[in-house]
Design a protein around this ligand. Structure first.
Ligand SMILES: [Zn+2]
Length: 387
């Protein structure tokens, strides 16, 4: 159900009035560093975010974690009854930057951009969500459905401690909006994400002096090289399958036949059904050289976010809201995964990349485009009001 055009323009105007407040709040967020593995730091940042939400009269619950940072669950429009439905908004508190990064890449404003660790991925998205709620409250546009915001602590390291909670909220939801960074300089949404998995191949051979009695050894590095050749053949770019040996280790010193070698493998696939196919192929990697052992460890497997009818429908709503404000909106496919992959795999329509417009995620050049903040906040507000 679309809302009226003039409402989108009102939301946009309200958001524009808040542009400098958003930039200031983003600075506060970025200066409070929150690397995924530093529980105390993530918890500290979580408290700052929770304070902001409590100020907006929402119900905020801290989902305590023992080793990972705590998650935040924010409930808005609690008066909505069960049959009105629910919208889930996803974001993460953690960043990939180690403590102390802020000293080397301080939060700064230059060339119409705000720079700093986590600006784009994705503290900017957290700021947009707050602005969207402000704008809805100021205009009394309101939402029909209950809205749950989940701000998790471990997205950048695989969402081990948050996946269950994300999935159980998603099952109760009619739509999931993910505030991860948008795609490209024009802020395209991500309507397709590859599934991501990882594996490790561990080869055990037998060591021997490489000069005196090489025949007594079994070279684990040679075996691994042969296995990697097989991995290369598993790539199918047309089908969207990539299999990459990433980190490879083996051997001890230069004149010894190595008795151990291992490779980490990055797996990506456009279609969720290919996850099982790739795993089956990996399990079929049998030893080639005589006397070696090949062990396979398959790590986490995240399903892909496919451009389903539900995803397309959500995108069309977003596109029409942007049109009402006088802007185009594009969509993109990406090889990187997000928590949206989990929710889409459950069949819940998921729209990803609704966060800020910017670039340089996970790099010293990370930034967001300030001028685009209001329109993104208005878009999120519009979606909450119309879905
Ligand atoms: Zn992210």
């Amino acid at each position: 159900m679309a809302i009226k055009r003039n409402i989108m323009l009102t939301l946009l105007r309200e958001a524009q009035r808040r542009q400098s407040a958003m930039v200031k709040l983003l600075g506060e967020f970025v200066r409070c560093e929150s690397p995924s593995h530093e529980k105390r730091a993530v918890d500290r940042f979580g408290r700052i975010v929770a304070t902001q939400w409590k100020r907006r009269c929402t119900q905020v619950d801290v989902i305590a974690q023992r080793t990972h940072g705590n998650h935040l669950r924010v409930e808005w429009n609690t008066e909505a009854s069960k049959k009105d439905g629910q919208i889930l908004v996803l974001g993460h508190l953690d960043t990939v930057y180690p403590m102390g990064t802020i000293a080397k890449m301080p939060y700064r404003i230059a060339n119409g951009r705000a720079w700093g660790p986590g600006t784009f991925d994705m503290k900017g998205g957290l700021v947009l969500a707050l602005a969207a709620v402000d704008v809805l409250q100021a205009t009394q546009a309101g939402t029909r459905k209950r809205v749950i915001f989940l701000w998790t602590s471990d997205e950048e390291i695989g969402s081990e401690s948050s996946r269950r909670m994300i999935e159980s909220e998603a099952r109760k939801s009619d739509a999931v909006l993910v505030l991860e960074p948008s795609f490209g300089t024009d802020g395209r949404l991500k309507t397709q994400r590859k599934g991501v998995g990882d594996a490790e191949i561990i080869v055990t051979g037998k060591s021997a002096h490489a000069g005196i009695e090489p025949e007594k050894g079994v070279n684990a590095v040679h075996e691994l090289a042969l296995q990697i050749e097989r991995l290369i053949k598993m790539n199918d770019l047309k089908r969207g399958i990539t299999v990459q040996a990433t980190v490879v280790r083996g051997g001890t010193t230069t004149n010894v036949v190595p008795d151990e070698a291992r490779a980490f493998v990055d797996l990506r696939f456009s279609k969720s059904e290919d996850s099982a196919r790739i795993q089956r192929k990996l399990r079929n990697l049998h030893p080639i050289l005589k006397g070696v052992r090949v062990k396979l460890r398959i790590g986490s497997m995240q399903p892909s976010l496919e451009r389903s009818a539900g995803v397309r429908g959500l995108f069309q709503v977003a596109q029409s809201l942007m049109r009402d404000m006088g802007y185009p909106l594009g969509e993109a496919a990406t090889g990187g995964g997000s928590d949206g992959n989990f929710t889409a795999a459950l069949g819940v329509p998921t729209l990803d990349g609704l966060g800020t417009v910017g670039g340089g995620a996970h790099s010293p050049e990370e930034h967001i485009v300030i001028q685009k903040l209001p329109v993104r906040a208005a878009l999120i507000a519009g979606l909450l009001a119309s879905l």
